[in-house]
Design a protein around this ligand. Structure first.
Ligand code: SAM
Length: 434
């Protein structure tokens, strides 16, 4: 497998551009005397090029009475289409924003020397202008789209054609003097045409449920992996790079969208355990036992107690822990950590469950700390949104981010504990008694 080239779709994958596109289409419709169409409907018409978008918009606006059979309609279409393109070229970044975690994902991909390609049905010159404004243009090794020409001067066919992927493969091999094949590629996108293009090309595909295209149509193409947003792939970059990755737990987590800790954060805690001689760990939020197994695997005298609320994840954790032969040293508790009764003292308490409840977990379990024990909390950056709330426009995500900020304030102003913050993984804190 060894994925070296990450190929991204643009709208609905890297940027949430739906509203800007819809606003420009509606202005164009209005300019030529057509009824406006609901923003959500216009957004669902995107994915396979601006021409199809405008055609669908005209059909919807005229209650399906618009087609390209008459010369009059053809010229009307050309006018609306031209006006839309001009308008959108002038105003591509009014409400458009990056999806959460995209900048961090691109940074990590570059740090790991992966190649990053944009394969879009949007004119790549507009995509480049948007990316420049949003500060991510520098991360792209290649941008392929309707303006791209092959060495013979031929245009690239739009997705679902595989033209763009074939072009990227030969271009990158030339530029980087490499011998990559389709097996080294992964295609990531939110629409059915992304998945069809990737599958026909023969590479791995990732479908995104939280984009702007029609989710059901995308899922019907059976992508190899499915996440809500592209940045979730970050945890699995190392695994996807490894030719013969046999880590069953990580594979299961990736296929089933179980949120396990990022490698960088998990390595940080493992180093802490080793360097501070930690012997007992209490973990709030087991998921399927990935971190607990890593911690207990560090040394035969380490014991882990871990709590999980979800039935399916708890059962998967029991199975994974038993298969690793660690049932003796990992105690799995099935229940709500907010009400569980845990006796004993622990050298390290790791909070990695519902983010909105972090303060409650901290207050409840601080009495379980041993003399020099620490409380470690994960996800304090929450894909960069804690530092930059404009990365999300989703109301409930904003609320959650505000709760994490409150937790950070709680740690910073805590009279009993002092806390150090580390930019590792998704943001980690280490709190110890003053
Ligand atoms: N620590 C795990 C690892 O790295 O392998 C990942 C944990 S995952 C981020 C968070 C888990 O916390 C989820 O599986 C969720 O079901 C669980 N959770 C959420 N609220 C909880 C609660 N109140 N009590 C116990 N578990 C909870």
């Amino acid at each position: 497998m060894s994925i070296q080239v990450y190929t991204f779709d643009c709208d609905g994958t890297i940027i949430n551009s739906g509203e800007d596109i819809a606003d420009c289409v509606n202005s164009a419709l209005k300019r030529f005397g057509y009824w406006e169409v609901a923003t959500s409907e216009l957004i669902s018409f995107t994915g396979d090029g601006a021409k199809n978008l405008v055609l669908r918009a005209l059909a919807r606006s005229t209650k399906n009475r618009f087609n390209l059979e008459s010369d009059y309609n053809k010229s009307q279409f050309e006018q609306v289409y031209k006006y839309y393109l001009e308008l959108y070229h002038k105003n591509p970044v009014v409400k458009t924003h990056l999806y959460a975690g995209i900048k961090e994902l691109l940074r990590v991909l570059k740090a790991k020397d992966k190649k990053v390609v944009l394969f879009t049905n949007k004119p790549e010159s507009i995509a480049a202008r948007i990316f420049e404004k949003l500060g991510i243009l520098e991360y792209f090794d290649l941008m392929v789209g309707p303006e791209t020409r092959t060495a013979d001067g031929n245009a690239i066919n739009l997705k679902p054609s595989t033209d763009g992927l074939e072009f990227a493969l030969s271009e990158l091999n030339k530029r980087f003097n490499a011998n990559w094949t389709k097996d080294n590629f992964i295609m990531i996108g939110d629409s059915d045409v992304d998945i069809i293009a990737g599958k026909n090309f023969g590479c791995k595909t990732v479908g995104l449920r939280g984009g702007i295209a029609n989710k059901e149509k995308m899922l019907a193409q059976n992508p190899d992996l499915c996440f809500s947003v592209a940045s979730e792939i970050e945890k699995f970059i190392d695994m996807l790079s490894d030719d013969k990755c046999d880590d069953f737990i990580k594979n299961y987590a990736m296929q089933n969208e179980v949120p396990i800790m990022q490698d960088e954060g998990s390595d940080f805690i493992c180093d802490y355990i080793k360097s501070h001689g930690v012997k007992s760990v209490l973990e709030i939020g087991t998921a399927i036992g990935y971190s607990a197994i890593r911690f207990a695997g560090l040394s035969n005298d380490i014991r882990v107690t871990t709590i999980e609320l979800d039935d399916e994840r708890y059962n998967a954790a029991v199975k994974n822990v038993s298969e690793k032969g660690l049932s003796e040293r990992i105690t799995l508790i099935h229940g709500d950590a907010l009400t569980a009764e845990i006796d004993g003292k622990f050298d390290l308490i790791f909070i990695d469950a519902a983010k909105a409840q972090y303060t409650k977990f901290f207050e409840k379990y601080k009495s379980n700390l041993s003399e020099n024990g620490v409380i470690i909390s994960d996800n304090l950056s929450f894909h960069g949104m804690v530092e930059d709330l404009s990365l999300t426009h989703n109301y409930s995500t904003k609320k959650l981010v505000k709760k994490i900020r409150k937790y950070i304030d709680f740690l910073k102003t805590n009279e009993e504990f002092e806390t150090e913050f580390f930019k590792k993984g998704d943001g980690i804190s280490v709190s110890r008694k003053k």
